[in-house]
Write a protein that binds this ligand. Structure first.
Ligand code: BES
Ligand code: ZN
Ligand code: ZN
Length: 543
């Protein structure tokens, strides 16, 4: 698809000595080595080797050929390579049988989030590895796992992170570009020590790790691919079609409601947002039930904002950067991507994804400021600003999610520009009601390493959304400005009954164009961030 088809294979090799023979046989282009600074790690997940004359530079490998070591030392002496985070050193023909050795800098140990190298470092270095390998047009590379602790589960986690970074970095959206770029790199060999009883069982575990990374990657890739499409190609009708196509012949049941059905189902808010466009809105429901679940296992619900283009409607946006508003369906894309990954993983969960999709346009039939619409739960809403449309479509979708009697509801939306002001591009803002869910979110974030910051959801914010001639209004008071993101979240809270744990993720700052922060995300394009955390949340829910 849009990530390179990189085959990852486990190969077994006797020892460092016979390793060389193995390499000859498989004619690997490149060997990958890791180098970082500061030898005082307590992390026992990998064996390290200090460069003899530069004692605080460490290589993950107890022995490397003399020639390789000398060449690395030379670069360090010359200060052309100091193992800085995400910097690489490419050596040609240096004593080993591979054509190249790529040494990837992992930075200084003291800059890591934990004692030892953190997983985010391995994700980043996977991405950097892909870039370096592409740069020299390598087809195949080898990473030796001889020097990683194959007993603890830490190696799987590091490998998972590395593979994810490598694959995600290969994503390119070139569907509408005539001359597609050629990706040479297509094979990664993971060398294991010769099989013993211990490594034999490890081989199965690692094979599983390779598959899992690839399934998660497929979910993220699909989310990016949907979101990167322009509004004229993926509008609500086509979004629904793509979802149906993707889940065809899988166990995910897809239901699509058209405009008529949306009206019949009393989704007046979604209907109202869609009425200014020549393309009809759609409500998409995806249901996945893993095998072996108890009959009545309550689902976990993911709800996504799917505005395939947000012009602002009658409260039209300024034209500067308006093209970015094709990304206003990233919440929906993340929810769909999460469902793809859960199905691929054959996760033992019951998950429902709901996407409310419309195009927000200022057509003749469009909602006018001051218009009142009714939500599915009977709440009336005065639309004072047609550009605050995400909360409207989500309102109806959240009502539907509540009816599924879920364990929890998580929604994702590019809801407010204010969250970008508050947190910038490296943290998603999330609002949560229910401390058990709040703990679960923190745990999931810790496991995936994704950045999200908890924001406040107060009675004061809720009050500010009370309407004048209707129950609610869709923007806060001009008299008490500010807290735009919290007010958006407060509006949503009226559509979720208090007994259901619920979280709202405002991804406006992290959903696209964040590649300057994460080398495994495109510089320009959708990131697919939070898909990993949503999957983790679902997986943890039934533990
Ligand atoms: N889709 C926008 C939010 C957005 C802004 C996403 C920037 C990504 C980048 C949303 O529909 C919107 O326009 N929100 C308004 C709300 C306001 C009118 C209360 C905003 O943030 O200005
Ligand atoms: Zn808007
Ligand atoms: Zn919007």
């Amino acid at each position: 698809m849009n990530t390179a088809d990189i085959k990852v294979k486990l190969i077994s090799q006797k020892s460092s000595k016979s390793l060389l023979k193995g390499i000859k046989k498989t004619k690997t282009d490149v060997e990958i080595l890791f180098c970082f600074r500061n030898q005082k790690t307590k992390d026992k997940s990998y064996e390290t080797f200090n460069l003899p004359s530069k004692k605080d530079f460490v290589i993950i490998k107890p022995k490397a050929s003399q020639d390789t070591l000398e060449r690395i030392q030379e670069a360090i002496n010359e200060e052309s390579f100091l193992a800085e985070d995400q910097k690489t050193l490419t050596l040609r023909h240096c004593g080993t049988d591979t054509k190249h050795t790529i040494v990837i800098g992992l930075g200084d140990l003291k800059d890591q989030k934990q004692d030892g190298l953190c997983l985010e470092t391995f994700r980043r270095c996977g991405a950097i590895a892909f870039q370096s390998l592409s740069h020299i047009k390598a087809k195949e590379a080898k990473l030796s796992l001889h020097h990683f602790d194959l007993v603890s589960d830490r190696t799987e986690k590091m490998l998972h992170a590395f593979l994810l970074g490598l694959k995600l970095a290969s994503y390119q959206f070139e569907d509408h570009i005539s001359k597609k770029s050629k990706v040479s790199f297509n094979s990664l060999l993971l060398a294991l020590p010769q099989l013993s009883k211990e490594t034999k069982s490890k081989e199965m575990v690692l094979t599983n790790t390779i598959d899992q990374a690839s399934h998660i990657c497929e979910g993220i890739t699909f989310a990016r691919w949907l979101a990167d499409h322009p509004g004229n190609v993926i509008h609500p009708v086509n979004l629904a079609k793509e979802v149906q196509k993707k889940f065809k012949s899988t166990s995910v049941k897809v239901t699509v409601w058209d405009k008529k059905r949306i009206e019949k189902e009393r989704m007046g808010l979604l209907y109202g947002v869609g009425q200014g466009s020549s393309v009809d809105p759609r409500l998409i429901i995806m249901e996945y039930k893993g095998r072996g679940l108890k009959r009545n296992t309550a689902p976990v619900c993911f709800v996504g904002k799917g505005i395939t283009f947000d012009s602002g409607g009658i409260s039209i946006k300024p034209s500067r950067s308006m093209e970015e508003m094709k990304y206003d369906m990233c919440g929906a894309a993340d929810v769909i991507g999460t469902m793809v990954a859960l199905e691929k993983l054959q996760a033992k969960v019951h998950a429902i994804g709901i996407v409310a999709s419309a195009e927000n346009m200022p057509g003749g039939a469009a909602t006018k400021p001051g218009d009142i619409h009714y939500a599915r739960n009977g709440t009336s809403v005065e639309v004072f600003n047609t550009d605050a449309e995400g909360r409207l479509v989500l309102g109806d979708a959240l009502c539907l999610a509540v009816e599924k009697k879920p364990q929890f509801i998580v929604d994702a939306a590019t809801l407010t520009g204010a969250i970008v002001i508050a947190l910038g591009n490296d943290h998603t803002g999330y609002f949560v009601r229910g401390e058990i869910l709040a703990d679960a979110i923190e745990k999931a974030l810790e496991a995936t390493g994704e950045n999200a910051w908890r924001m406040p959801l107060t009675e004061g914010h809720r009050k500010s959304m009370k309407g004048i001639h209707a129950d609610l209004k869709n923007i806060g008071d001009g008299d008490h400005p500010g807290a735009g993101s919290a007010k958006g979240a407060a509006f949503l809270s009226y559509f979720v009954s208090e007994d259901i744990p619920w979280a709202h993720f405002d991804i406006a700052g992290t959903a696209y164009n964040v590649g300057h922060l994460y080398p495994y995300c495109p510089r320009k394009g959708a990131s697919g961030l939070m898909v990993r955390t949503f999957c983790q949340l679902a997986l943890n829910s039934f533990e």
